[in-house]
Design a protein around this ligand. Structure first.
Ligand SMILES: N[C@@H](CCC(=O)N[C@@H](CS)C(=O)NCC(=O)O)C(=O)O
Length: 276
């Protein structure tokens, strides 16, 4: 590939190419007026079954499985490939125009929550579940939750983008981000060698945040042949943990919500029976 000489000032005059290029733009805010639908349940989720979307639906299904009926939710589909995230109603819930976004309508004044980590923490605190209250255990859980928020962009936006989505295969970025993806897997593997779950003996929102990304990666669900390319069989503790979480009924339910490709599609979820 020819070397690129950046101009003095970058301008947005061409599409960069590659998957998702058509929805990328250098400005924020709404592109069109569109109200969001509101269903009958206390929680209204606007999302899609990507790894970031699955975190929230898995937690909601786990809360419902524990008997927290206040966690009943409507899950509306946001088709990011069609630009639904740039509708005015969605931007009012998430000014960053990315799924997942949540409105809690259970109180007198609706509360908006965006960023999947913030949504997990909000729901865990609201229902007193999947986030330990003892200070050391809570600090460990939140440390790993925020580890995921900082790390996954290198896996998805870095490795996944250049390995699977960029318009051509470029050695430099693929090398750089494969190295980082493997380093992150090794961080998890070393942790899971001494701990059943990410934050300790208990399954928490740290597992729920990390599993759709790194569990999905070692299970071969992300980015084509990336599991073989990254030799994921080396991370046997991550594989053990990924299988254990995979087997949870609430995880199997949550993974399906807002899914619009592959098997078991469920574009919207408005009742528990939609998943039965
Ligand atoms: N840090 C955010 C990332 C969310 C995110 O990247 N969402 C993607 C789908 S997985 C999205 O909505 N992309 C649409 C866009 O970039 O326009 C979170 O954890 O919630």
């Amino acid at each position: 590939m020819a070397d690129y000489l950046p101009p003095k000032v970058w301008t947005w005059d061409t599409e960069s190419g590659g998957t998702f290029a058509s929805i990328n733009r250098p400005i924020a805010g709404a592109t069109h007026d569109k109200e969001l639908p509101i269903g009958k349940h206390p929680l209204q989720l606007y999302s899609l079954a990507t790894p970031n979307g699955q975190k929230v639906t898995i937690l909601l299904e786990e809360l419902l499985a524990l008997g927290h009926t206040g966690a009943e939710y409507d899950a509306w589909l946001i088709k990011i490939g069609d630009g639904d995230q740039f509708g005015s109603g969605f931007v009012a819930v998430n000014p960053n125009s990315k799924i997942p976004a949540l409105m809690d309508r259970s109180g007198a004044t609706p509360i908006r929550v965006f960023e999947s980590g913030a949504i997990l923490q909000y729901l865990a605190e609201k229902f007193g579940a999947f986030l330990p209250s003892e200070p050391a255990a809570r600090a460990e859980c939140l440390s790993w939750l925020f580890w995921q928020m900082g790390s996954a962009p290198y896996l998805g936006g870095g490795f996944g983008h250049f390995y699977a989505y960029a318009p051509s295969k470029m050695e430099y970025p693929i090398n750089r981000f494969a190295m980082e993806a493997k380093r992150q897997l090794d961080v998890l593997d070393k942790r899971l060698a001494v701990s059943e779950y990410i934050a300790g003996d208990e399954y928490t929102i740290a597992d729920i945040a990390i599993w759709p990304w790194y569990g999905g990666l070692v299970k071969g669900r992300l980015y084509g042949d990336s599991a073989e390319f990254l030799s994921v069989h080396e991370y046997k503790h991550v594989l053990r943990w990924a299988d254990a979480i995979d087997a949870r009924p609430a995880v199997q339910r949550g993974r399906r919500v807002n899914r619009v490709s592959g098997d078991d599609q469920l574009p919207e979820r408005h009742d528990a029976s939609d998943l039965d």
